[in-house]
Design a protein around this ligand. Structure first.
Ligand code: ADP
Ligand code: MG
Length: 258
């Protein structure tokens, strides 16, 4: 841009308004618009559109970082062919994000290695691309964090922090046995989220074994009731993905040797 007083003023205004993308492209856009004899409205649309797109992208990147989701577990790296047709349909319907606005939960069950964590992380990343906010944690880390907050008399604050997320992924709930205090903070979180925000969880334990997590049968029933009331259940009746890949590799080598 040449340095006439009006150009200098323009540069300063763009800076004051923090229009970082406009700042990057304005000079080139002016030259181009003059060359192509474009109208003022078209020119302005182009500039502001570029700013809006850039801001959306930056927000998605920020949400992906804050989500703590292992980003390699994406839909691109997930082999959907392992899923049955009805399950593929369920996954496709979850990706539109409707369940988040309905505050429904997604509960994924299956043997270790069947792909529960990968699948929920993949769905969650797609939803973040749509502009939603999701937080990933493990059952163990969550309980530890809540218990620490409780000891510091900050449990309310800790619970409130989750309210900004459309969904919380609790990976491997019940992987370790919780003591009563640990179980109680977990139950408090589940109750607090009930009908207010989604929970996406994975578990190797079927509901019939959840008394191991929540100790007494009343609390177990109450926890399951809250989770299941509005929920989508995913049963991954699959063998371990890694074992299958390893087995296939072994067979391939055998065939090559023959
Ligand atoms: P789970 O949570 O059920 O124990 P994971 O999601 O951790 O299983 O999957 C175990 C490993 O196998 C991970 O490395 C994961 O990326 C991979 N995996 C599982 N299912 C698939 C799949 N359908 N496509 C690609 N990789 C998969
Ligand atoms: Mg897992």
């Amino acid at each position: 841009m040449n340095s006439t007083p009006s150009n200098k003023r323009l540069k300063k205004l763009i800076k004051d308004l923090s229009l970082s993308m406009v700042n990057e492209i304005v000079e080139e856009s002016i030259v181009q618009a003059e060359k192509e004899n474009r109208g003022y409205d078209e020119f302005l649309c182009e500039l502001f559109e570029a700013e809006v797109v850039n801001r959306k992208n930056n927000r998605v990147q920020r949400f992906l970082r804050e989500s703590k989701i292992p980003l390699e577990k994406s839909l691109q790296t997930f082999d959907m062919e392992r899923l049955s047709l009805p399950l593929k349909r369920v996954v496709n319907s979850l990706i539109d994000g409707g369940f988040l606005s309905r505050k429904e939960n997604v509960l994924a069950f299956g043997k270790p290695g069947s792909g529960k964590t990968h699948l929920l992380c993949a769905i969650a990343q797609e939803l973040i691309y749509l502009g939603h906010r999701i937080y990933f944690t493990t059952g163990t880390a969550l309980v530890e964090m809540l218990l620490k907050a409780k000891k510091e008399l900050k449990l309310d604050n800790a619970l409130k922090k989750f309210s900004k997320y459309d969904a919380i992924i609790i990976d491997d709930i019940g992987y370790v046995k919780y003591n009563r205090e640990e179980m109680e903070v977990l139950f408090t979180l589940l109750s607090q989220r009930y009908e207010r925000g989604s929970i996406m969880l994975t578990s190797n334990l079927p509901f019939s074994k959840w008394e191991d997590i929540f100790k007494d049968s009343m609390t177990t029933a109450a926890a399951i009731d809250r989770l299941v009331h509005h929920s989508v259940i995913i049963e991954l009746n699959l063998n371990s993905y890694r074992m299958e890949v390893a087995q296939k590799r072994k067979n391939d080598v055998k065939n090559e040797v023959k």
